[in-house]
Design a protein around this ligand. Sequence first.
Ligand SMILES: [Zn+2]
Length: 159
Amino acid sequence: MTGKTHIMAGITATTVVAAISGEYEAEWLIAAGAVGGLIPDICHSGSKIGRRFPLVSKLVNTIFGHRTFTHSLLFLALMALILSKAVSNPSITMGILIGMATHLLLDAATKQGIKLLYPSKITVRFPVTTKTGGKAENILLLIMTGITLYFANDIVGLF
Ligand SMILES: [Zn+2]
């Protein structure tokens, strides 16, 4: 999936959570969701986040490879632990974690799949997969935009 789709997925999921739960500060939750949607691709130097942090990206890629550790439940749990200690705003912590979870879901819908159970080498992917940047991804992007607008309206009352 492209960075754009990952950002949108993070935004969509957190917008829905913000609207339904009413428990979080929506703007923090959603902004963090957009960032969280990109974080797992730190393992890939050509990604949006990898280009921003080239050194970290190179390091992670050299040690773990692409779509392994940073696309696993282990990494998600580790981030939950670090964020809960380092970040005082629970909306930011939750947003980042939700964004990251959507990233794993989306990448599991591609042919390459992800190493969700890293350090196990098992590849996890959905039975139906899509090509990155393909037509299905564009349709998904449209659907997510629609869902986001619908729930964002619940939060701010646009229309
Ligand atoms: Zn990824």
